[in-house]
Design a protein around this ligand. Structure first.
Ligand SMILES: [Fe+2]
Ligand SMILES: [Fe+2]
Length: 474
């Protein structure tokens, strides 16, 4: 029996007209499905899940909703429409025509960038595979699976580029994307953060708020690329990515709201009393926030980077929203970094702007992270409490860059290792915090029911009520 892959794989790249590409994807698809069954969401493969499936890139309606068993999800390939007038937007080749094929001199670098992005997509599915059992509601269970299938589609998006533009080494890289696994001792995922399992839903919400947002900024940088198929692929991925961050943003919001309800009912802000009532106290939310925000900051790389400078010079990877800058060449500008001086203080250092691109992107990311924090704080303020959540300084608990291993307060004031150790419990999730959070994790799988540690969402998915049966378990 021959399978028509252009039918099985929804796409807007005219897959049916490219036999070579079709054959390459025919070989890869069963491997992907095998990976999904082995390392995708554990034990829910036969459930009917109310999922969104991308079917086009039309701004007015790009997705359909319906019940799907996850292994039958139609992972498609979508690139934003080609703009025939698009020009290179930054770097040494500014203003020239964008590339429809990979230039030989940038082949290895572009492949590496695509593989690194691609690697994070299945990694997060692997990290989250156990969470279905402890979902606080069917609504949340469905959102988890929505995020998971879309990360699977993002893998497809990168594999399409590898197959379509990088020939044999591209196909080999596509296979390796299924061979590395999160946390695997021999073949781990490329980036450190993606090798830690996510065991609880507070971490999942933090991950989707902070780490998926790192993904957003990486995609925004690649969406500026002179390699037009990569840019158009990433532009469309951003459309889906927005929902992942929505899950994190509203998830944290609901945790905070539930905490405030309990504080109100019991007229207390004593963390232990709130915990005894089955909710999560706000200082614990802050500690998880500190952990996930800082681990996501590391994903942007070192403050000073000659790689980032050459990506920019060559037009491979730009700044998020490059159009907002006046100078797209950025050779004459400088960027001032505040660095540790090695004796407990800080010093300023000027570096060429192109070498500071990681830091420029990280700063945009931090500003974007602030938006949710403000929203959560408004909820706390309205409830009449003085507690405020805050993003720690970008110097705090860093493992990469100039501040790596430099002990500081969450505000970024350098301190001794002994002082840091003495305060660590107050700033980062302790073992007992983790034990407590894990103790709350019990699956709630009846329509409309919520776990006691989280408030219901304001509304359901696609105009359905909150108590809709978002996942039909069998
Ligand atoms: Fe993704
Ligand atoms: Fe995502």
């Amino acid at each position: 029996m021959t399978i028509n892959y252009s039918d099985r794989i929804p796409n807007n790249v005219d897959l049916g007209s490219n036999r070579t590409l079709q054959r390459a994807l025919e070989h890869w698809q069963p491997e992907f499905l095998k990976w999904w069954e082995e390392l995708g969401p554990k034990d829910f493969q036969v459930a009917d899940v109310y999922l969104r499936t991308a079917t086009s890139v039309d701004a007015k309606g790009w997705a359909t909703y319906g019940y799907v068993r996850m292994p039958e999800y139609r992972w498609g390939i979508f690139l934003n429409e080609r703009d025939p007038n698009r020009r290179i937007g930054f770097g040494d080749n500014f203003g020239q025509e964008v590339w429809q094929q990979v230039p030989g001199e940038y082949r290895a670098t572009l492949r590496r960038l695509i593989v690194t992005q691609g690697d994070t997509e299945p990694a997060s599915v692997e990290q989250q595979r156990m969470l279905g059992h402890t979902a606080p509601s069917l609504y949340d269970l469905r959102n988890l699976f929505q995020v998971n299938v879309e990360e699977g589609r993002h893998l497809w998006a990168m594999v399409y580029l590898l197959h379509a533009y990088f020939g044999r080494d591209g196909r080999e890289e596509a296979e390796e994307l299924l061979e590395r696994h999160s946390g695997d001792a021999d073949k781990p995922r490329i980036l450190g953060t993606f090798n830690e399992p996510i065991r609880d839903w507070l971490s999942f919400f933090m991950f989707t708020y902070f780490t998926d947002r790192d993904g957003k900024f990486q995609l925004k940088s690649l969406a500026e690329s002179s390699f037009d198929p990569l840019a158009r692929t990433c532009q469309f991925m951003l459309t889906e990515e927005a929902h992942h961050m929505f899950v994190g943003d509203t998830g944290i919001n609901r945790v905070v709201r539930r905490s405030l309800e309990v504080m109100h009912e019991l007229n207390t802000d004593d963390p232990q009393v709130i915990r005894n009532a089955g909710a999560i106290d706000l200082p614990t939310v802050q500690r998880y926030l500190n952990f996930w925000f800082t681990s996501s900051l590391d994903l942007f790389g070192s403050e000073t980077s000659s790689n980032a400078a050459s990506y920019f010079a060559n037009g491979l990877k730009g700044r998020p929203d490059e159009a907002q800058y006046e100078d797209h060449i950025a050779v004459e500008q400088a960027y001032t970094l505040e660095l540790p001086d090695g004796s407990g203080g800080t010093k300023s250092e000027q570096i060429p702007m192109r070498n500071a691109m990681n830091e420029v992107t990280r700063s945009s990311y931090v500003r974007d992270c602030e938006i949710g924090v403000k929203r959560w704080n408004r909820v706390i303020e309205k409830a009449g409490h003085s507690f405020r959540l805050a993003l720690p300084s970008t110097r705090f608990r860093r493992s990469i860059g100039n501040w790596a291993g430099v002990p500081t307060t969450p505000e970024g004031v350098p301190m001794s290792a002994e002082q840091f150790a003495a305060h660590k419990q107050a700033w980062l999730p302790s073992e007992s915090d983790q034990t407590f959070i894990l103790s709350l994790m019990h699956g709630v799988h009846q329509p409309g029911k919520m776990a006691a540690w989280i408030a219901p969402p304001d509304r359901g998915i696609n105009n359905n009520p909150v108590d809709y049966e978002y996942v039909k378990l069998h």
